[in-house]
Design a protein around this ligand. Structure first.
Ligand code: SF4
Length: 561
């Protein structure tokens, strides 16, 4: 693991394993990945023209968070970004004071009002002539800014840089964990979104449905003055509730009323909207997509089609070296294009799975090629196949990946009618918000419960008896009913195939979480076979190790094809 490198005429040793978190022995897969990355870093430090963006692909069980921490500790000066707050919590649990976590303002309580539970986003300093002081949020942010490992979620970090103009100095290393989500997260940060109630308050009524994003430019430009006026009016309303009514010290000792908190929240929403509208109006050369579903309660969103410029800027400005880590990222050429990079400046490393295939089998039981058009006709066969699998696992917990919320609800209704005993095991997750509660119920129940959801493909850890089987009902092709997805696919069909591959691999990754774990994954969609035949190169070897025996078991001619 020692790599000799030259830095400004002297020779240093790059020994990544020396920085492996204490108390844990590196697994062989971790040691091999770190050795390969050490070579690449050594070359990058030695040669300014060498690649500086590294893709690290490791299947579940490899221990990517330990690899990320090793690299961060080696650098002594890193941004470590996670895709969600839950993963930040996991880093905090595993590595404690070795990193400095910071979350958005809403996650901390203003210490001026210890008993009132006022979030710092509506704290005393957000009121007219409020104090400047140090609160839990400011302390956490300062500690993270000054500490060796600044750990935040990607959306928060990008928001600080992009919208708050926060000066985040260039560090030695930027690590983006779960980086398969990075494009979607950056697009989300740039999106100008308007809820129906906001449109009513700000524009007098929901904005009309126009053919293209460009058509919204003159309309929004026309409304800018009105929004600025509304912003000023909120400032005046806050002033009116402020110190002139009460002595300033009494005012600041009293927690903000509900009305005042609502005004502060409205002011923040309006500030955010104005910044995004200006950005949209100024970015005329960028292609934007309008997302505005037909139902009356729909949100209007203007989304940039590409995040390449933003990603490139992030990589260059945030750090000297960049590591993107995930179970699957796909070919570096596709990823480089997506992030506006030159593929020759990117280097990829992948690890095999530490688990034998027998612990993470795939069983292929096609009921037909499922698509939007064929789904209704094939649902009876699909639901019958699901019922049979549930009956084959009478005493085990499991997970059913539904094609969509609507199809999942139909599946639950169908099973309730045809097999009430099986249906009683189901825990239907009817929305993203219901996920956490459903997972708690599943974990707490002694019964062989089975979660049903289209949104549990990633970010959930169900080891051991919490998941012994799972069912991929339909191949997880991204929804082409979404205009952004459709436009993205039109621009680059490989991107669409890669998104499908990533979603499939993420779902499969739920089945076996550690060396002593095991679980079987059933695939019921005949598109699986077609997809593998066409896009084998997009899928990692450790996935193919399980998928190909499944195809052979189902289709003896597969080897010859
Ligand atoms: S800086 Fe002070 S006033 Fe502002 S939210 Fe924090 S504790 Fe409250």
């Amino acid at each position: 693991m020692r790599r000799e490198i030259r830095v400004e005429g002297r020779t240093d040793a790059l020994d990544l394993l020396a920085h492996f978190p204490a108390g844990v022995t590196p697994r062989p897969e971790q040691a091999r990945l770190l050795a390969a990355v050490a070579d690449a870093i050594a070359e990058a430090l030695d040669d300014p023209a060498a690649p500086r963006v590294f893709l690290v692909e490791g299947p579940p069980g490899v221990g990517k968070s330990h690899i990320a921490m090793t690299l961060a500790r080696w650098s002594g000066d890193a941004y470590l970004l996670t895709s969600q707050k839950l993963l930040q919590d996991q880093y905090e649990r595993e590595f404690g004071a070795a990193l400095q976590i910071v979350k958005g303002r809403d996650n901390y309580a203003c210490s001026h009002y210890p008993d009132a539970g006022v979030p710092t986003s509506r704290g005393a300093c957000r009121r007219p002539r409020g104090p400047v002081c140090q609160c839990p949020y400011v302390r956490a942010k300062t500690a993270a800014l000054e500490g060796p490992i600044f750990c935040a979620n990607t959306a928060y970090f990008a928001t600080l840089r992009h919208w708050h103009g926060e000066h985040l100095r260039r560090r030695r290393l930027l690590i983006v964990d779960e980086a398969h989500n990075l494009e979607a997260q950056l697009a989300g940060v740039c999106t100008a979104g308007f809820l129906p109630e906001q449109m009513r308050a700000w524009f007098g009524a929901p904005l009309p449905r126009l053919a293209s994003a460009d058509d919204y430019r003159p309309l929004l430009a026309k409304h800018l003055d009105r929004l600025e006026e509304r912003r000023a009016a909120i400032g005046r309303e806050l002033e009116a509730l402020g110190p002139s009514e009460l002595a300033p010290d009494v005012f600041l000792r009293t927690p903000p009323s509900r009305a005042e908190q609502e005004l502060i929240a409205q002011r923040d929403d309006l500030d955010a909207a104005l910044a995004r509208i200006h950005f949209f109006l100024d970015a005329e050369k960028t292609e934007w997509i309008v997302r505005y579903p037909p139902d009356p309660a729909a949100t209007l969103e203007l989304v940039p089609l590409s995040v390449a410029a933003m990603a490139r800027e992030l990589f260059v400005e945030a750090a000297e070296l960049v590591v993107l880590s995930s179970a699957v990222l796909g070919p570096k050429s596709v990823l480089a294009e997506c992030f506006g990079l030159d593929a020759s400046g990117v280097r990829a490393f992948a690890s095999p799975s530490p688990f034998p295939v027998e612990q993470r089998r795939i069983v292929y039981r096609p009921v037909g090629a499922l698509s939007r058009a064929s789904l209704a006709g094939l649902e009876p066969a699909l639901f019958t196949a699901v019922a049979a699998i549930l009956a084959d696992h009478p005493a085990e917990k499991g997970l059913i990946h539904a094609p969509s919320y609507a199809a999942g609800a139909r599946l639950v209704r169908d099973l309730a009618a045809r097999a009430p005993a099986l249906a009683r095991r189901l825990i239907w997750v009817e929305s993203t918000e219901a996920k956490a509660r459903a997972l708690d119920r599943h974990r707490a129940s002694p019964a062989p419960t089975v979660l049903v959801s289209p949104s549990l493909r990633e970010g959930v850890d169900l080891p051991d008896d919490f998941l012994r089987f799972q069912i991929v009902t339909k191949m997880p092709f991204p929804d082409l009913g979404d205009p952004w997805t459709a436009a993205r696919r039109e621009r680059d069909p490989r991107w669409y195939a890669l998104e499908t591959a990533k979603a499939l691999v993420q779902a499969y990754g739920r089945s076996c979480r550690h060396a002593g774990d095991y679980g079987v994954s059933y695939v019921l969609d005949a598109q699986f076979e077609r997809f593998l035949a066409r896009y084998r190169a997009l899928l990692p070897e450790w996935f193919l190790d399980a998928a190909e025996p499944a195809l052979r078991a189902r289709c003896p001619t597969h080897d010859a094809e």
